[in-house]
Design a protein around this ligand. Structure first.
Ligand code: EPU
Length: 434
């Protein structure tokens, strides 16, 4: 297991280029199941979750070609010979987004056998809304031995009103409805840019989807979809992570190849904290030369402040003058980073779904542990301003969703290096034993 060793104190200066969005790439790869023609995806991030999804598709019989060298961010997926409509527990337990294959499998193959994901570090995260939606589209669903078995000769259009806004639920059912017979209307949909990006790909494949990116999506089902080429949108959460790191370290950083329009809630909040933000086409420049001011945050579905930025914002709040109230409204257990930040010297009290952060408190380097992807990012950011050395354990969590984060940070002046697990020294052979 790799670790990061980070020495704090350097401001982030220069440029950091943003990769493609993991959370847009994952549903796009699942969409390839819907056609027997190749789907070519560009700007695919080189992160662990993408490898997991490739393995999942290959386990079903898909041919997944990886680009090399300059084309390393391109993947071509051909689902011509799908034989095994199954997502096994071994894969689903390492990545919940594997459940995105449920809708496409039933739509294309008439059957899906997908493991239930179970809870995870940030909450219970059921998939009941995916299941109810598929039933509305005419699928028969049974549950046995920890697996969902879904079947339908041909899905038919229906009316789905989500009780709760769900990102992958909206995506899963949009893919299923694309091949259903007749019209589907989905209400109270997630409005995340990743949903709109998936709809753009599906429409290139011949689907008839309107309204993605708003809360009502209308889908006219078609009999068949074809291959397409699509470029994945930039990762707004990766961009936001570096933006916060720059603000916190008092740097001057250009975050390039991103989409500033997708970062609205975060950038507004940072301006409230006193950070200077300049957007220009596909880049955001962050400069900050003075002490930050506290500002409250309450996570919401897009276009609100993203839950995926809450942990990183908490690291920033520890260095802001005053008290920040941070409320997490999407997941019930997404404050694991708070306890590690406290070990580094932060003053944070968690009260149910709210964390009260008193700043400014100096941070000092410590041995800390990653608990999930965004919590890990929060600890990396905190370590960049901590006095002394921080050793971050279990960085495989961060590798799931950030492409070579240590190289990108080092390129902007941070002192961070990756080390492999040191094996304990072999005990010397006992002397004098026969
Ligand atoms: N929910 C249900 N039933 C369902 C589905 C969701 O009760 O059937 C609840 C969840 O438990 C949660 C809320 O609805 O309380 C929202 O969950 P959602 O379904 O929107 O989350 P998700 O689709 O599983 C995606 C991202 C997450 C991100 C959330 C919220 C992907 C692959 N994952 O998850 O990303 O936090 O939306 O924006 O798109 C991450 O990248 O670190 C990450 C966790």
């Amino acid at each position: 297991m790799d670790k990061f060793v980070i020495r704090g104190g350097n401001p982030l200066v220069g440029n950091i280029r943003i990769s493609g969005a993991k959370n847009a790439a994952l549903p796009a790869m699942a969409a390839a199941i819907l056609t027997d023609e190749p789907v070519i995806l560009e700007n695919i991030p080189d992160v662990r979750d993408i490898q997991t999804e490739r393995n999942l598709l290959v386990s079903m019989g898909a041919e997944v070609e990886l680009g090399y060298g300059r084309a390393s961010h391109r993947t071509t997926i051909s689902c011509r010979n799908l034989v095994n409509p199954e997502a096994a527990y071994e894969l689903v337990k390492t990545m919940r987004a594997s459940t995105l294959v449920l809708g496409p499998l039933v739509a294309r193959m008439g059957r899906a056998h997908v493991s239930l994901p179970g809870g995870c570090a940030i909450g219970a995260r059921p998939i009941d809304l995916h299941i109810q939606g598929l039933e509305k589209l005419g699928a028969t669903i049974t549950q046995q031995h920890g697996y969902i078995e879904a079947a339908a000769e041909r899905l038919r259009g229906g009316h789905i009103a989500f009780d709760k806004i769900t990102v992958t639920g909206t995506e899963d059912l949009m893919m299923a409805a694309a091949l259903a017979e007749g019209e589907t209307v989905m209400e109270n949909c997630a409005r995340e840019p990743e949903v709109a990006d998936l709809a753009a790909l599906l429409n290139k494949m011949g689907a008839k989807i309107e309204g993605a990116g708003t809360s009502t999506i209308r889908i006219q089902g078609v009999d068949k979809l074809h291959g397409a080429r699509h470029r994945i949108i930039p990762d707004r959460i990766e961009a936001g992570t570096f933006i916060i790191a720059a603000a916190l370290t008092g740097g001057d950083l250009n975050v390039t190849n991103c989409e500033p329009k997708h970062l609205g809630a975060l950038l507004e909040k940072l301006e409230e904290c006193g950070v200077t933000v300049t957007t220009n086409g596909e880049s955001v420049r962050i400069t900050n030369g003075h002490r930050l001011k506290a500002a409250d945050v309450s996570t919401e579905e897009y276009p609100g402040f993203p839950t995926d930025m809450q942990a990183q914002y908490m690291a920033l709040a520890t260095q802001a003058e005053g008290t920040s109230f941070i409320t997490e409204n999407i997941f019930e257990n997404r404050f694991m980073h708070a306890h590690e930040l406290v070990r580094m010297g932060a003053s944070i009290k968690v009260e149910g779904s709210r964390a009260v952060v008193h700043g400014y408190t100096p941070l000092s380097g410590a041995a800390v542990q990653c608990s999930d992807l965004r919590a890990s990012a929060s600890l990396v950011i905190a370590a960049l301003v901590a006095e002394g050395e921080t050793i971050l354990d279990r960085v495989y969590h961060i590798d799931r969703g950030y492409e070579r984060i240590e190289e990108k940070l080092r390129g902007a002046g941070a002192q961070i290096k990756r080390i492999g697990e040191m094996l304990p020294k072999k005990a010397p052979a006992p002397v004098g034993v026969a």
